[in-house]
Design a protein around this ligand. Structure first.
Ligand code: GDP
Length: 466
């Protein structure tokens, strides 16, 4: 777009200290600097979003109220599973009881004041995965606290998470059937954590329940259904569907399947879609009783068949025009993901190892030693191996005499090693290959400097070199 000869762009990169080839992919920061050099301004755009997929929910004209999606959180053993099970068990629609309950990671219940969707994905992992991918799937968090216990570490974590993510809380004080239940104590402890419940003049609903007797459950459900109005949750039913993967698995018989929580629009049988790095077409949809569905609207969970690979929890599913478009977008995303992956995997250097040692994520340093004469490489290898300590092991994976070769670079790349060059001057083509493969070559002329650097690296003391 800058209308420049590739050679000039490459030359500019080299001026900036980057050995690149015409096929190299640059990261955005580099592109910005480079564009600036040529008098242009680079802007980062979302990958294949608006223009291809044509979604902008906020602008849609046919927004209608939708029901809330709820996640239950709280300390272990405080009664989350029991609460979810109770709600689920008591909401089997009569006449449909033939269907066998399937665990698909989410289910929907109908109360006297509206529907509520519950996410019952085990643990917080899926939730974190979804957050990490930027999809906000939960409208309300039900904070479960056992009435006979107290505010515990995971209770506090859940409160903090809700605050951080700006997701409203509804408190459920459960196990109220126990004689030792003391809900006032819980309310006091919650207040200390900044959760002001309505009984105490705050604005957080707090319902006393029991999964054993069912006490308070109806009230809890109604409170949740009403939250949708307070939060003014809205979505368009007519739009192309967009949703998030709640759970996924590879079934031996049926292939890849995923539970999708529709966030906007309506998902229909036959819809072509992209989902993360995969494409597909909705072959079949099932609800949480294994019953076939023809379509699923906003806030509805459904299990979908028809993926060409297994997506991950948190991936977004978006319906597109046709299967060809879906496959194209998916393949571009796959390429970009592979590229990112390679880049992340390959950049091994003494500096990154040092960082890894410091934060405890690295426990090995692989080295390739090349020297001008045989005696030196032996001596260096022997001294460096001795630097292993209880936290980091120094592995000499190859030692040799003479110039650094392609095979040294490839070995370094596959085994994530740093090359130590002693009294050698790597050729241009070798330096270029190392750059491409993300391999660091450290040049030295004095043995004790090598020892110092490696010692500092494994001890997590290295001063970053410029
Ligand atoms: P989770 O770890 O938060 O999912 O907690 P569970 O739902 O597995 O419950 C932990 C324990 O508390 C189990 O032994 C349940 O039987 C018990 N429990 C859960 N809810 C109630 C309740 O409302 N009343 C009583 N008495 N016990 C309960």
């Amino acid at each position: 777009m800058m209308d420049q000869m590739p050679a000039r762009v490459i030359a500019k990169c080299m001026e900036m200290g980057m050995m690149v080839t015409i096929n190299a992919r640059l990261d955005f920061e580099t592109i910005q600097v480079l564009a600036d050099e040529f008098g242009y301004d680079a802007q980062l755009m979302e990958e294949y979003e608006e223009e291809v997929l044509g979604v902008d929910d906020s602008q849609a004209e046919d927004l209608e109220p939708r029901h809330p999606v709820v996640t239950v959180m709280g300390h272990v053993d405080h009664g989350k599973t029991s609460l979810l099970d109770w709600i689920r068990k008591t909401h089997v629609v009569s006449g449909e009881s033939g269907g066998i309950t399937q665990h698909i990671g989410a289910y929907e219940v109908t109360t006297s004041v509206g529907k509520v969707t519950f996410l019952d994905t085990p643990g917080h992992e899926a939730f974190s995965a979804m957050r990490a991918r930027g999809s906000q799937v939960t409208d309300v968090i039900v904070l479960v606290v056992a009435a006979d216990s107290m505010v515990m570490p995971q209770t506090v974590e859940s409160i903090e998470l809700a605050k951080r993510e700006k997701v409203p809380l509804v408190v459920a004080i459960t196990k109220m059937d126990l004689p030792t239940a003391n809900p006032d104590k819980i309310r006091a402890q919650l207040a200390e954590r900044g959760v002001e419940v309505e009984q105490w003049g705050g604005n957080v609903s707090c319902i006393e329940v029991s999964a054993r007797t069912g006490e308070g459950m109806q009230q809890l459900l109604e409170t949740l259904a009403l939250e949708a109005e307070v939060l003014e949750l809205k979505a368009s039913k007519s739009a192309h569907a967009r949703g998030a993967v709640v759970e996924s698995k590879l079934d031996a018989g049926k292939g890849s399947m995923a539970t999708i929580l529709v966030q906007n629009g309506t998902l229909h049988i036959g819809d072509p879609f992209v989902c993360g790095v995969y494409a597909g077409r909705v072959r079949a949809m099932f609800d949480d009783r294994g019953k076939q569905m023809k379509s699923a609207g906003p806030s509805a969970p459904c299990q979908v068949l028809g993926f060409d690979g297994t997506p991950q929890a948190g991936d977004e599913l978006t319906v597109v025009e046709d299967e060809k478009t879906a496959r194209e977008i998916a393949s571009k995303r796959r390429m970009a993901a592979r590229e990112r992956d390679l880049r992340a995997r390959k950049s091994i250097s003494l500096e990154s190892t040092y960082e890894g040692v410091k934060n405890g994520t690295i426990s090995e340093l692989n080295l390739i030693i090349k020297a001008d004469v045989g005696g030196s490489s032996e001596a260096i290898a022997a001294s460096l191996e001795k630097l292993s300590n209880s936290e980091v092991k120094v592995n000499i994976i190859r030692k040799g005499v003479g110039a650094i070769t392609d095979s040294d670079i490839l070995l370094a790349s596959t085994s994530q090693a740093v090359i130590i060059a002693f009294h050698l001057m790597p050729s241009f083509s070798i330096r270029e290959m190392a750059q491409k493969e993300g391999v660091q070559i450290k040049n030295y002329r004095i043995i004790y400097e090598i020892i110092d650097d490696i010692k500092n690296t494994v001890e997590g003391l290295l001063k970053p070199t410029t």
